[in-house]
Design a protein around this ligand. Sequence first.
Ligand SMILES: *Cc1c(COP(=O)(O)O)cnc(C)c1O
Length: 410
Amino acid sequence: MSDYGFTTRTVHAACDAGQEHGAVHAPIHTSVQYGFEKVEDLIGVFQGRIKGGFNYARQGTPTTAMLESVVTRMEDGIGSVSFATGMAAITAVFLTLLRAGDHIVSSKFVFGNTNSLYGTLGDLGVAVTKVDTSTAAAVEAALQPNTRMVFVETLSNPGTRIPDFDGIGRLCRERGLVFVVDNTVTSPWLFQPKTVGASLVINSLTKSIAGHGDALGGAVTDTGLFDWSGYPNIFANYRSGDARQWGLQQIRKKGLRDMGGALSSDHAHRILVGAETLELRLQRTSATALALAKRLQAHPAIAAVHYPMLESHPQHAIAKKHFRAGSWLLAFELADPSRLVPVIDRLRLPVSATGLADTRTLIIPVAPTIFWEAGAEVRADMGIADGLVRLSVGLEDEADLIADFEQALA
Ligand SMILES: *Cc1c(COP(=O)(O)O)cnc(C)c1O
């Protein structure tokens, strides 16, 4: 299978695993309890001697396990743990691998709710330093003796900033730091963070991978590159067996069993169906987004367009080197911010809604909504202008979308 291309491997994943009754798609397992004929087997599952066994659905079901194996394949990792949402996955990584007194360095351009979670981490005694990760030197300058982790997003929302992947990957390897990459916007079809030395990869499955706006989910994938045997925060209970699995073992036990943010089988099934068309959707939406970005850039009513595959993008060279395409995420600034509401209201196709990577194009004015709570100072520091608009480009025909923007901006 590993010789095949991305989509061949993805669509054949369920069949390969030898589904019950020859089912071609992963069945939805709704049982909470898993019973055993011999109590020895129940004991074996509890003690970890029987690998891949199920006992209680909070720690996984055959459907979520199938999804985990598909995500692992997509990211070329050694294993994954699925969660109810992307935020549950991110929270589990921080709360299971960090302790009071630890320090992490993060990109200052992260998803708003991740940024808000940093406040909670601070209250629990985990310090976070936020830097502009477009240079590895900024990350290096922020390191402290108690730094355990570096966290970045591949393509920040809404500003489409890209970190210095190669430099940060090298730095984390040299210093023995856990390098966590949130790959939500790019998805494993556009970019595999393992290629730049990521230790753990996060995907909000809700977005690119599910892709239809009908399921929430998240996943953490271990790339196998980090040496957990030297990591001080692995509990004694999880320091057994293959050391490469220690990190995920702890994330699953503490993050799923104890914290409980488990993905339902129903949503895992929907995400699995969505995942099969990831490449097709990303090709289509990336091509449309690039065409629209170029058109907007040439329009007199637009002050700036943020899209990684435009030559004017400050990290265009990194995007060209690492990403297969530019994704569905596009942001632009209206030259006259007072036109923000009328222009969006005149658009006929984009749906005014928060959320990303639906089949329909979604549009949102950034400052008065998703970055309202952050306040003017944070918005200024993050380069979020009053006239900034975020688009999540959908599957509509390119010509229809472009014509709609032209009539709304006229
Ligand atoms: C949406 C998003 C998340 C959170 O995912 P949910 O599934 O909505 O909880 C995390 N990171 C990024 C970059 C996102 O866009």
